[in-house]
Design a protein around this ligand. Structure first.
Ligand SMILES: [Zn+2]
Length: 412
């Protein structure tokens, strides 16, 4: 049987030593009682950090620590209270114990780390904890990480919205285009939503530092940006414009579906996804399927080709060339009687400056889309993100560790 001294070395809690232990081999539990080593006289108020030499009284806390082999470890630690002139009688600050919860810091770090690659349900099973406890630990782990890190300046921002469903409707997402990190979430997608971000999350100096914003052609966002960051260049990015182009293809598909009846309906049915996927991303089998569809319906073919050719607009680096390409694209619409595309063309002309701004201010393509995709993946996997702060931290950590972000960026 190891001695307390050996237990102290294995536990290795800086400044603390084991003075008693109990092992239950049946239940597979190990209990250790620790107190300060003689030389450790650093006592700080847990409220304000003020240093003390006198203690008010001594108490004990039980916390779970990392497992030793198959043994679940509980550490009983002696903690002091101090009588602080500012905070009153207060527990001392112990770096090994990050909060009031009955876990050591390194135990919480291990749970948080596990949550980066597995859903809370699985982590809960792995550590023998309730799922809600795992989420609470993960949130604290992320908050600690967030407090300790440096936050890069915001020069290029992306604004997007995510549709959460019928009840919760929209989530407005602000991100940093240079780091691919989401910065802020707001409920709904009104002008007031984005106003709140500019008002509460940024100082005047930070606002003035913003050079460009990638947004959807959604009026309320534009109005908010023009009010709060008048010098910022608005760029309508490819991702958002192509979303509208996809919507136009879908509208044509639905119109054709209803115009023709019977057998034809069966053919178009379930082809929505095919029509919204880019040709380069389709397998040869899927391409054959689409071609068979187009052979029967010229209007769908035309709509699909229009969408595909609009995609190439962002290959142009000079605004003159970009404008000429857009004009010739609009020219193709003549005599086609494709109402959804005519509406799209009008929209593009109304927002021409912002589209051409892509040539004037280089913003990375695909970031807004990737951030959006990461958040949706988190929502799908985690379900219960009622706490938006938790969702945001989770997405930020994901961007910082670049795990899934890179994968999505490649696909974009
Ligand atoms: Zn204090």
């Amino acid at each position: 049987m190891p001695t307390d001294n050996e237990f102290t070395r294995i536990l290795s809690w800086p400044g603390y030593r084991v003075y008693r232990h109990e092992i239950d081999e049946k239940a597979k539990t190990l209990q250790l009682w620790v107190r300060r080593k003689r030389g450790n006289r650093k006592i700080e108020c847990g409220g304000c950090g003020r240093k003390f030499t006198e203690i008010y009284d001594i108490g004990e806390r039980a916390v779970r620590d990392l497992p030793w082999s198959e043994f679940r470890v509980t550490v009983f630690i002696e903690v002091y209270r101090v009588k602080c002139p500012d905070c009153g009688v207060k527990r001392e600050k112990v770096p090994l114990l990050p909060g009031k919860a009955p876990f050591s810091k390194r135990f919480e770090d291990a749970v948080g780390l596990a949550c980066e690659s597995a859903p809370a349900r699985r982590v809960a099973r792995q550590f023998g904890l309730a799922e809600s406890t795992v989420r609470a630990i993960d949130l604290r782990y992320l908050e600690r990480w967030d407090r300790a890190r440096r936050k890069p300046a915001l020069r290029q921002m992306g604004v997007d919205e995510i549709h959460l469903g019928k009840k919760q409707k929209f989530l407005t997402v602000v991100c940093n285009l240079e780091t691919g990190e989401p910065l802020w979430f707001g409920r709904e997608r009104k002008k007031e939503t984005l106003d709140e971000y500019f008002r509460t999350a940024l100082s005047g100096r930070q606002r003035r530092g913003i050079e460009a914003a990638c947004v959807d052609m959604w009026e309320p966002f534009r109005l908010s940006i023009e009010q709060w960051v008048p010098n910022c260049r608005i760029v309508y990015d490819k991702f958002h414009v192509m979303q509208h182009a996809n919507a136009a293809v879908d509208e044509v598909r639905r119109a054709e579906f209803f115009r023709k009846g019977g057998r034809w309906r069966g053919l178009v049915k379930g082809k929505r996804w095919l029509l919204l996927t880019r040709w380069v991303n389709l397998t040869s089998g899927k391409r054959r399927e689409l071609n068979a569809l187009f052979a029967l319906n010229r209007r769908l073919l035309k709509a699909y080709l229009l969408k595909e050719s609009l995609d190439r607009l962002w290959e142009y680096r000079y605004e003159g060339a970009m404008l000429r390409y857009l004009q010739s694209w609009i020219e193709q619409l003549r005599w086609q009687r494709l109402r959804p595309f005519q509406k799209l063309a009008e929209m593009l002309l109304d927002h021409l400056e912002g589209i051409l701004n892509y040539c004037r201010t280089k913003v990375p393509l695909g970031v807004v889309e990737a951030v959006n995709g990461n958040i949706k993946a988190l929502l799908r996997r985690g379900r219960g993100y009622k706490n938006l702060r938790y969702l945001l931290l989770k997405a930020q950590r994901m961007a910082a560790t670049k795990t899934e972000f890179l994968v999505l960026q490649k696909a974009a």
